[in-house]
Design a protein around this ligand. Structure first.
Ligand code: DSN
Length: 433
């Protein structure tokens, strides 16, 4: 046994590094962090316990941890133009749970976006803990072809159910939300407005998308590892109410978490610093342009997109309806050629979540690598070509296709080689500023 390194683990990490370098990452919730974020995240801060908050901890030795957490808070408040921030949530799900537990009593009602229309598991899926504690009611899109939210129904639901929280936000929705309408409706029923911006927080911080705080939202929750390009973690931001912010602090610690992960908080501070740069704002604009370039190819090739296209970094495409390839088949065959994305249910899906009709993909990670519009358009073409190849093989071989390997393998090899060449042309950068 090698006592110096744990080869089993480090070999697997090396394998993953190679996979990330050689393939194209289109999962819209993933990204590549800078070397500085990695250094902070892998630092000796992992050794330290710091229960409490800067200046009011339960353990000694907090001279440096206090500095780091204060810096993270100051930077993220500046980025999002808000007064209070909690940077301790271990990720997005605990951030949302903490907000619910801070602002609600068990049995209280939350009005959020329906999961099948783009919402998130933590917005009331029956299998989650929040759904066992609180009552969730949902709103949907008026028309999946345009993606517009049915604000009349949202208002009617709010008037009927008198929710204490109205929740905006999504994990599979490609259009912009009218935050002002949410705030107006919330005022009518006395609800607190919470925006789960996990997917687009980076694009808001980078001033490429509208900030819900500018329209009066009370609270924003987010992860820090998606478009924000930081370590795996969460944040909760409060626009101006000290009362709400204090309740949220208590809900995180001692409510649902113990010692904060100071190494992650340091890495968050580094990422927030990077997000304050002009280079980051350019990155965010490019993420949107690149998504539009992919959208144009999908339009041209007549592949149905839920919401009719995209205003943000992601696209949800109905590949089963358009090509006869299921989401799972698409995900698998694309993996084989070096494109990683995820299968996803679509509004009104007749298929099951583990083999749905859709795929979800986006541009944050490839934009970090330096892809521009023409490169992204080519990726979209290769993606569709791979799926058409799959569709042809499915037509030729009656379902169920037991061996699953009847695609045109020669064509797949050619596509894979082009994808690998593209990946080599755009190495993962170590620094963005
Ligand atoms: N898993 C994240 C996503 O991919 O959107 C959300 O939790």
């Amino acid at each position: 046994m090698n006592t110096h390194l744990d080869n089993k683990v480090f070999d697997a990490i090396a394998g993953e590094a190679k996979r990330q370098a050689e393939g194209l990452e289109l999962i819209p919730s993933e990204n590549y962090v800078s070397k500085n974020v990695l250094l902070a995240n892998g630092s000796i801060l992992t050794n330290k316990y710091s229960e409490g908050y800067p200046g009011r901890r339960y353990y000694g030795g907090q001279e440096f941890t206090d500095k780091i957490e204060t810096l993270a808070i100051e930077r993220v408040c500046q980025l999002f133009n808000c007064k209070f921030a909690n940077v301790q949530p271990h990720s997005g799900a605990p951030a949302n749970l903490a907000v619910y537990s801070a602002l609600l009593e068990p049995g209280d009602t939350i009005l959020g976006m329906d999961l099948s229309h783009g919402g998130h598991l933590t917005h009331g899926h029956p299998m989650t803990l929040p759904a066992k504690i609180y009552k969730f009611v949902t709103y949907k899109m008026k028309d999946p072809e345009t993606g517009e939210i049915d604000y009349d129904n949202l208002r009617a639901m709010a008037l009927e159910h008198k929710p204490k929280i109205i929740l905006a936000g999504f994990s599979a929705y490609s259009r912009s939300l009218d935050y002002k309408k949410f705030v107006e409706i919330a005022k009518e029923v006395g609800a607190i407005t919470v925006a789960d911006m996990a997917h687009i927080a980076g694009l808001i911080a980078g001033k490429a998308l509208r900030n819900p705080f500018d329209d009066g939202f009370d609270v924003i929750t987010s992860t820090t590892h998606k478009t924000l390009r930081g370590p795996r973690g969460g944040i909760i931001l409060t626009r101006e109410s000290e009362e709400i912010a204090k309740k949220i602090d208590k809900a995180i610690f001692p409510g649902i978490q113990g010692g904060p992960h100071m190494h992650t908080i340091a890495a968050k501070a580094v990422a927030f610093g990077e997000a304050m740069t002009p280079a980051y704002q350019e990155y965010c604009q490019q993420v949107l342009k690149n998504a539009k370039a992919m959208e144009a190819v999908f339009h041209r090739e007549k592949i149905r997109m839920i919401g009719g296209g995209t205003d943000n970094h992601l696209i949800l495409a109905d590949v089963f309806g358009s090509l006869g390839v299921t989401g799972k088949e698409a995900q698998t065959v694309l993996d084989e050629v070096g494109i990683t994305l995820n299968m996803n249910s679509i509004a009104g899906d007749t298929r099951k979540p583990l083999d749905p009709s859709g795929i979800r993909f986006g541009t944050p990670a490839i934009t970090t690598r330096g892809f521009k519009e023409a490169d992204c358009a080519r990726v979209a073409e290769l993606l569709i070509e791979t799926l058409r190849n799959k569709a042809n093989s499915l037509k030729a071989n009656a379902r169920p296709d037991e061996d699953g390997f009847r695609d045109d393998e020669a064509k797949k090899k050619i596509i894979k080689a082009e994808i690998q060449a593209l990946a080599e042309q755009f190495p993962i950068p170590e620094s963005f500023v």
